[in-house]
Design a protein around this ligand. Sequence first.
Ligand SMILES: [Zn+2]
Length: 468
Amino acid sequence: MLKIQNSLTKEKEALKPIIPGEIKMYVCGPTVYDEPHIGHLRSAYVFEVVRRYLKFSGFKVNFVRNVTDVDDKIIEKARTAGPKDLNAAVREVSLKYFDLYKNDLKRMGIQDPDFEPKATEYIPQMIALIGELIEKGHAYAAGGDVYFNVATFGNYGEVSHQRIDQMLEEACVETGVLKKSPLDFALWKSGKEDEPTWVSPWGKGRPGWHIECSAMSLSYFGGGFDIHGGGRDLIFPHHENENAQSRCATGKPFVNLWMHHGLITTNGQKMSKSLKNFVTLSRLLEDDPAFGDEILKLTFLGTHYTAPLDYTSERLKMDRQVWKRFMDFFESARNCEKNGAKIAVKSVTEIHHSFREAMDNDFNTPEVLTKMHALINEAHRSGDAIAMVTAAAAIRNFGSEIFGIVFDQNIQATSLKPEIEAAIHQRALARKNKDFNAADDIRNRLLSERNIELRDLPDGRTTWRVKL
Ligand SMILES: [Zn+2]
């Protein structure tokens, strides 16, 4: 039985769906105002593996991941775009970074959620939810803003395990704000003249960040749901507030299981552009055009999702070696297969059973990787061709189905790198000269003769990988 760490109870709990056989899962997506970094990708990948494994375990999964496309940071970025209409600039900024995010996800083999709402498309639902909270006495309007009245919800603090009196002691009092308590948070903020605003019963303004997720999840699922996910940094205040306002508005339970993943640091520091330690997938693909994305997946899988992950050059080096080890193993297994060794199907089922035991224990992916390495060692030690092809089949199938990793890639591709890079350069020249036929010829030839697939990135670069 699948057990998952629940932040609400701080325990590993058996997953009991509200509707038998079906899982409703909501994950907080990105605020799109900057280039995506590997922190965003870890979040998306963690829940991709969760979704894949839930499906593999027989659940029907209904997965929602939102996009925050209006926010102070987006507006700030849009203001730097120069003296143009701020509304249009905000849209441009959010679209641009949303595209980059989706492109990285695609390259990582992360599938689209079943539903991907944008905050700006749900403003009427947010206004209705705020209205309901006011009507029920949980929120109040003050000077064009609307605040949630924390004192009206006895369970406030249950998600982040904090006590109201302690929070009050630590809270800083903002001056010039008409809040009844420093813990009260904005559901609706009155907007400045040039900023994107929407008409509401409390004047022109825009929603607070927390109410966005409540409105989108409640309107899509029509009430409470099974799993709510996000990064640890979202536990407080975001998820605490989402929980409070959703429970007060509906009078019903909101989320059964809160799943939080650990954050990424680089050399022990928070990733930031100013510290120049901002790691992006594009950067990793520059050094490793064929397998940079697969190696990153191994990095993510090698640390339990609940734990923090420190990304360092040593770590990258180590995971490159791990990847190489897998490739070498598959190369040997392919040779065994060519020589006629047949897969022992029953053993594949047994191996998968043991992988599943690890996954059922709160998605213990590091343990699955350890088991995969043990299998490889054992097969090598025995020198038995059947053991080789069987281990390869078990790892290949589980890896592609649950982790979205294509382990069995051709190691020869790396020796083709100079040839491929030269062809990419020629193709870029052909495209620049608008000779699209020549460009297509180069692409098609690489595919038919070398089995190499090209991929054009939005920033103009082209990456490649072995097609399977
Ligand atoms: Zn959220």
